[in-house]
Design a protein around this ligand. Structure first.
Ligand code: ARG
Length: 455
């Protein structure tokens, strides 16, 4: 044990299990070892340990890392957490220099450093997974620039849109998520090491050197804040929750778009499951799980918010509760993102079903716009077309089948060219304002450009 000498007895067995975090924070081993190698170098530069001792520590830590990466590390019940476990093993491997490593350092600045390194790596991995998904979205969009389907509001058919336009709506949601992660990265990339337990390091440790060695952009300005700041994890969890929320909304759409009642898309067998009872079923379990995991990740965010709330200044053991939600959210994203990518890459798009779902009433707005172009105030045009919609409903007919007299009875601004309005492709093309469904080619080019820019 690292701290036993002032105690008369060993911790209660149940409490020891309660207190120990090795069973989950062993995952910080790489970050912990990187941090310790850099710290040993800094101690040598400050002439607190010799060059030889620093080299021994580095050699030993590399051996410990190898044990972890090969799954050969053997923990003992006394390994309270990853930091104590690594130091214990290091001493077994290299002897005394291991006991000099913790000079001026506390597990408080150590764990904060390790967790930041972990978050920085997790952000890089997540960003790359999002980029894969975005490129799958672009590839599908490219195939379906001219595939039309109903655009929905309130789950009611509203106006015709291009399927590419629909798909790209998710591109921009996820692009914002990338921005959120990039922004979180700026605040994660701050080195706490050198803050000691709370008051700072007394051994002239070169913190700028440590930051450079470990890839941090800058060093923390206040040691009290540095050992207790968990904002960077919270921000990661917030950005992760947002990714999940976006994926859940996509999943929700795709689940009903792939239902036989819609039939717009068909999910590949690789991402669906059968029913144990009903032989005909093909269930969208992959996407349902994506939707369900969203609750889990939001729960992770909530956990940390509540853990940090009310913790008094500087480090408190409460903060040990930060790691499981972090790992859980990072692991979840590492599964859901590639799965959604796979679903999008392999789905079959049924363009005919999409087009068949377009109905003429979705052009009622276009009809009102026809009148507007002939000088009728929009509110009045809306009223006139509303009357025509009601008329065809009572006759169980279609707007395009109304005789010209009926149009002209509603407004003398209608002419024979009114029938040209009943063209879904023309309706989509007309909405060619920047950001509109008619400008989807331009939008796809923009999407590809923003994807090729590496943040
Ligand atoms: N396992 C602890 C954590 O995750 C490490 C820091 C412990 N520091 C302390 N003073 N008890 O927070």
């Amino acid at each position: 044990m690292l701290w036993g000498s002032r105690f008369d007895k060993e911790p209660d067995e149940l409490f020891a299990r309660f207190n120990n975090s090795f069973h989950f924070d062993w995952r910080l081993y790489d970050a912990d070892i990187r941090g310790s190698i850099a710290y040993a170098k800094a101690l040598a530069r400050a002439e607190i340990i010799s060059e030889f001792e620093a080299n021994e520590i580095e050699r030993g830590l590399n051996l410990v890392r190898k044990e972890f990466s090969r799954g050969e590390f053997i923990s003992t019940p006394h390994d309270e957490d990853i930091h104590t476990a690594v130091e214990r093993r290091l001493f077994e491997l290299i002897g005394e220099p291991a006991h000099k490593l913790h000079t001026g350092r506390s597990r408080n600045d150590q764990v904060a450093t390790d967790t930041r390194l972990y978050v920085m790596d997790a952000i890089a991995r997540t960003d790359s997974a999002i980029r894969h998904l975005l490129s799958a979205i672009c590839q599908q969009a490219e195939q379906h620039l001219d595939t039309l389907l109903p655009g929905y509001t309130h789950v009611r058919r509203a106006q015709p849109i291009s399927f590419a336009h629909y798909l790209l709506s998710f591109f921009w949601m996820l692009q914002r998520d990338r921005e959120r992660f990039a922004d979180a990265q700026k605040r994660a990339s701050v080195l706490p090491l050198g803050s000691g337990a709370l008051a700072g390091n007394p051994f002239s440790i070169d913190r700028e050197f440590l930051a450079r060695e470990l890839g941090f952009e800058r060093v923390s300005e206040n040691s009290l804040d540095a050992v207790s700041d968990r904002d960077f994890i919270t921000e990661f969890l917030f950005a992760a929750s947002f990714v999940q929320i976006h994926l859940a909304r996509l999943a929700e759409d795709f689940i009903y778009y792939s239902a036989p009642e819609f039939g717009f898309i068909e999910m590949n067998d690789a991402y669906t499951t059968g029913s144990s009872l009903m032989p005909q079923k093909k269930n969208p379990d992959a996407l349902e799980l994506v939707r369900g995991k969203t609750g889990r990740v939001i729960g992770d965010l909530n956990t940390l918010l509540v853990v940090v709330k009310g913790a008094p200044s500087t480090y408190n053991k409460d903060f040990q509760e930060d790691k499981e939600p972090l790992f859980d959210a990072a692991d979840t994203l590492e599964m859901t993102l590639p799965i959604v990518t796979g679903v999008i890459q392999t789905m079959r798009v049924n363009a005919d079903k999409m087009r068949a779902a377009l109905d003429e009433s979705m052009l009622a707005t276009d009809l009102a716009e026809y009148l507007v172009r002939r000088g009728v105030p929009f509110r009045q045009a809306h009223h006139i077309v509303g009357g025509l919609v009601k008329l065809v409903e009572t006759r169980d007919a279609k707007l395009s089948a109304l005789p010209l007299e009926d149009f002209r009875a509603a407004s003398d601004k209608f002419d024979a060219d009114v029938y040209a309005v009943f063209d879904f492709d023309a309706s989509v093309k007309a909405r060619n304002v920047f950001g509109g469904t008619g400008a989807v080619r331009e939008q796809l080019e923009l999407a590809k450009v923003s994807l090729s820019r590496v943040e």
